[in-house]
Design a protein around this ligand. Structure first.
Ligand code: S3P
Length: 173
């Protein structure tokens, strides 16, 4: 079983993926960390030195590599992973894959990302919380088309990490 967590930056994909892995015993992989170790540098440096198009190609390649090398895995993707090229379609066409969208409202994401924006190349330049809120609103609107195609959709705003994992497990098994 390959469980692929998708959703906007700050939606909790890595934290939920790790907890889901602890509970199910299925091994966990974080796509951004995989790219950072295979490229030998931080995601923000890849954006800076090689640009976003290079990052998107590397990201899609890394996703294919991970999924073809592991029969059972929980994979936390990056926020943009399913939104470029044929990635979402390929995930949906792959019968071993179950995609899970961790859905958060704009306000939740703004609160979380405001504190963490420095490490995130797409939002690190934003200096004001209202501007960040507006950026997320538009960006999430564009990306929702892809996210909403997921097999499972979990609304995460008012649930603890433990409750989100329980909800996923209830729907899967
Ligand atoms: C991105 C999200 C990031 C990372 C990169 C681009 C995006 O991952 O892949 O900075 O396009 O939304 P997280 O969602 O884990 O922050």
């Amino acid at each position: 079983m390959q469980l692929v967590l998708i959703g906007y930056m700050g939606s909790g994909k890595s934290a939920i993926g790790k907890l889901l892995s602890d509970v199910t015993g299925i091994s966990f992989q974080d796509l951004d960390s995989y790219i950072e170790s295979s490229e030998g540098t931080a995601i923000s440096d890849i954006f800076k030195t090689k640009g976003e198009i290079y990052f998107r190609k590397t990201e899609a390649g890394a996703l294919t590599e991970i999924l073809s090398n592991s029969e059972n895995i929980i994979l936390a993707t990056g926020g943009g992973t399913p939104c470029y090229g044929s990635v979402m379609k390929d995930l949906l066409d792959n019968e071993n894959v179950i995609t899970i969208y961790l859905n958060c409202i704009v306000e939740t994401l703004t609160q979380r990302l405001w504190k963490e924006r420095d490490q995130r190349p797409l939002i690190s330049h934003i200096e004001n919380m209202d501007v960040l809120n507006e950026f997320i609103r538009k960006h999430l609107f564009e990306r929702a088309f892809y996210y909403n195609q997921a097999h499972l959709k979990i609304s995460c705003d008012v649930l603890s990490e433990k409750e989100i994992v329980e909800k996923i497990i209830l729907q899967l098994f």
